[in-house]
Design a protein around this ligand. Structure first.
Ligand SMILES: [Zn+2]
Ligand SMILES: [Zn+2]
Length: 339
């Protein structure tokens, strides 16, 4: 079958002779309909995120069940499905304490074992979820990113009426901004440097989308909010600039959620006195504990819009173009790979 395999840092291969997966007894083989290209994939490609090479990457996919192992009970061929790609060990102290997103074996499919940039993928049954007919395969491919964004939103503890700032308007920032609105935020301000993303943020309901390539963010926030403080900052870029900004924005009692994937070596200065005096909360948010079904429900009920996020489709043999578009095309938001 066709597959994109990562061989080492910066090295990938488009293969047409990759072996078809056979289901183990607890596995479901999914015929992949489409699979999102994620920032994590780019981080793996650039050597900033560890992976178990060689591996078929891609962890944001949807499709139909092709075949099932002998012990699989809840799925049969033809079922429309998506997945939570994170396979856990069920043995470590985190798994045993209700913190499966911190499992020592994470992450799973598409990073440490074969994922969805292929025609077929074998997935443990416990990771597979049915999707309703009214949810498109394209929408369902957002299940994993949305489930991660949901965890970040859960940690942010947004109250109705809160003022929320989302730093960054990539696919994740745009999901977070929509979730913040759904959570009852009265004002959601987003930031971006690219025209397309500023437009889409507004279309998806941002109160204001600030072009940080042109204006000073703190000054602009001041005038946009007319002296009102910011309750929650959701950082969804991972850059030094945005990490620093996230610390400067919230009012006393504010919450900061670091969602963006920063380089492992990045350090940013924190003023402990300010954190103390303002009782700031700084939280990291990692993957998607117990949020997969909620993500599917939100997508199925059209509470979260994904149609405006998909800007490009590529077939697997065009992975070169997909990577080039990911890195260089200003109009790019979400790229889908379609076998
Ligand atoms: Zn992802
Ligand atoms: Zn574990």
């Amino acid at each position: 079958m066709q597959a994109i395999t990562f061989q080492a840092r910066g090295e990938y291969k488009y293969q047409t002779d990759y072996p078809l997966p056979e289901p183990e007894k607890n596995e479901v083989v999914i015929k992949v309909n489409q699979c999102g290209l994620c920032g994590t994939d780019a981080h793996i490609y650039n050597g900033e995120f560890e992976a178990n090479f060689p591996v078929v990457i891609g962890h944001e996919f949807s499709g139909t069940v092709d075949s099932t192992g002998s012990k699989v009970k809840n799925f049969t061929s033809g079922d429309r499905v998506t997945l939570n790609p994170n396979t856990i060990c069920n043995k470590c102290e985190f798994c045993r304490n209700g913190k499966e997103n911190l499992c020592v074996t994470l992450p799973g499919l598409g990073v440490n074992s074969d994922g969805g940039f292929a025609e077929y993928a074998a997935v443990p049954e416990r990771c597979v979820y049915h999707i309703p007919d009214r949810l498109s395969f394209a929408g369902a491919a957002f299940t994993e990113p949305l489930s991660c964004a949901l965890h970040g939103i859960d940690l942010a503890k947004i109250n109705p009426g809160d003022v929320v700032v989302v730093l960054g308007s990539g696919p994740t920032g745009l999901l977070l901004a929509q979730l913040a609105k759904l959570s009852g935020a009265s004002i959601v301000i987003t930031t971006a440097k690219r025209k397309k993303r500023l437009e889409v943020a507004k279309e998806l309901g941002a109160t204001e989308a600030i072009d940080v390539s042109k204006v000073d963010l703190l000054q602009e926030l001041d005038s946009a909010l007319d002296g009102k403080g910011v309750d929650v900052v959701l950082e969804a870029v991972g850059s030094e600039e945005t990490m620093k900004q996230s610390l400067q924005i919230p009012k006393a009692g504010g919450r900061i959620v670091w969602f963006g994937v920063a380089s492992p070596d990045l350090e940013v200065p924190v003023k402990p006195f300010e954190v103390y005096r303002k009782e700031l909360t700084i939280r990291g948010s990692f993957v998607n504990p117990y949020t997969t079904q909620r993500a599917i429900d939100l997508l199925a009920e059209n509470k979260i819009r994904t149609d405006k996020l998909i800007t490009h489709y590529f077939s697997l043999d065009k992975f070169d173009e997909a990577i080039d578009t990911y890195e260089n095309d200003d109009s790019r938001i979400k790229i889908m790979m379609k076998p």
